[in-house]
Design a protein around this ligand. Structure first.
Ligand SMILES: [Zn+2]
Ligand SMILES: [Zn+2]
Length: 377
């Protein structure tokens, strides 16, 4: 398990920097093959984002010994790591997705520990359950890797906390000025009004939303409006919420291949993978709605195939990204996924030292929907 290095010297096995010659040859290799950040606190390696003095990775996309995980979406929490460290509430999500046998340790927000001399702490990212920004401090220099984040308080995730740092690693999924979310209370009201409208016409309301994060927000918004039915893939993740102590409204789990006749004028929530399937079409007298940040763009092909679209996202919108970055006071910003080229260029125009870096994030949740649209348009 992960322990503070002053508690457990075994962690020092991670560190291979004791011998100067070995260190020098490693440094040479890194220069040849990888980008090295200005102050060498971070490297963007083939396996993922690497903290050099700490000898661990953040959300690595290839198997490594020690991985700190920002949140449970599958492009940030991948299988095959020897050790995982994450927020307490992310532990049941990782176990549900990667298997209960993984070696994982959970810690609280703002609970510092030290790994190979690097002081580490997790801070709320406001993205989904347990999502955390990783703050790393070494010899007075502070780097924050934010994973995915949103600055709006969705009422379920611990609200985003701004952390001052020298270097900030940011996503940019919705890093274009067209993306501006309504306040959460108004988003929820839109959902409820749409359900009321369907109920007055005797229709079943079918919501399509990502199974980790979005589905639970939809459930919460519709609490008390009628029977909530969720696809069993969502039910599996709901149990992770419940075991983390987060209360969700009462719901029924459905296998839509078998239970479709049980649905009548109720509310159904399904993951995006079912959108174009016959399974949804078999639901009698239904209206369907997509809940995604991409719904802000009316031309999205998938929006046209649905009866309604609601711009609800677990990522920061344009102003949220800019404000979050400004509040860090960072002198160096790395943009990892989303609208990386445009967004980093915009930051440079604001006289910020911003750089686009290549990662393998953005293969789950709303980024996938963007890619699907790009192909379809
Ligand atoms: Zn995510
Ligand atoms: Zn992401």
């Amino acid at each position: 398990m992960w322990k503070c290095d002053y508690e457990d010297s075994a962690l020092k096995i991670f560190s291979s920097h004791s011998c100067f010659t070995h260190h020098a040859s490693l440094v040479l290799r890194f220069w040849q093959h990888f980008r090295i950040s200005l102050y060498a606190m971070l490297q963007f390696k083939r396996e993922g984002i690497y903290c050099t003095p700490g000898n661990f990775y953040i959300d690595p996309w290839r198997p490594v010994d020690a991985a700190i995980i920002t949140h449970g979406h599958s492009d940030h929490a991948r299988p095959g790591m020897k050790k995982y460290l994450c927020h307490h509430s992310t532990v049941p999500v990782l176990k549900a997705r990667l298997g209960s046998e993984i070696n994982v340790q959970g810690i609280a927000y703002n609970q510092p520990l030290s790994l190979n001399g690097v002081k580490i702490s997790l801070h709320p990212a406001g993205h989904i359950i347990g999502s955390a920004q990783i703050r790393m401090e070494y010899k007075g220099r502070v780097v924050v890797a934010s994973g995915d984040y949103k600055t709006q308080d969705d009422g379920l995730s611990t609200p985003f906390e701004s952390v001052r740092c020298h270097e900030f690693i940011s996503e940019s999924t919705f890093g274009l000025p067209i993306y501006n979310w309504l306040p959460v209370a108004q988003q929820n009201e839109q959902l409820r009004n749409w359900v009321l409208q369907n109920q007055s016409q005797g229709k079943t309301s079918v919501f399509v939303g990502y199974s980790l994060g979005k589905a639970q927000r939809i459930m919460k918004a519709l609490e008390g409006m009628g029977q909530l039915n969720v696809h069993y893939s969502i039910g599996k993740l709901n149990r992770a919420y419940e075991s983390a102590g987060i209360l969700l409204p009462a719901y029924t789990e459905l296998d839509l291949r078998e239970d479709v006749k049980k649905i009548d004028q109720s509310i159904v929530i399904v993951p995006p993978s079912l959108l174009d399937s016959n399974i949804i079409r078999k639901i009698p007298n239904m209206a369907n709605a997509l809940c995604s940040g991409w719904m802000q763009v009316r031309g999205a092909r998938r929006w046209r195939s649905a009866d309604a679209g609601f711009a609800i996202s677990d990522h920061a919108d344009w102003n949220g990204l800019l404000q979050a970055i400004k509040n860090t006071g960072a002198e160096k910003i790395y943009i990892t996924h989303g609208q990386t080229a445009v967004f980093s260029k915009y930051l440079r125009e604001l006289a910020l030292d911003a750089e686009e870096v290549k990662t393998e994030f953005g293969t789950e949740d709303e980024t996938v929907e963007q890619n699907t649209n790009a192909v379809a348009e």
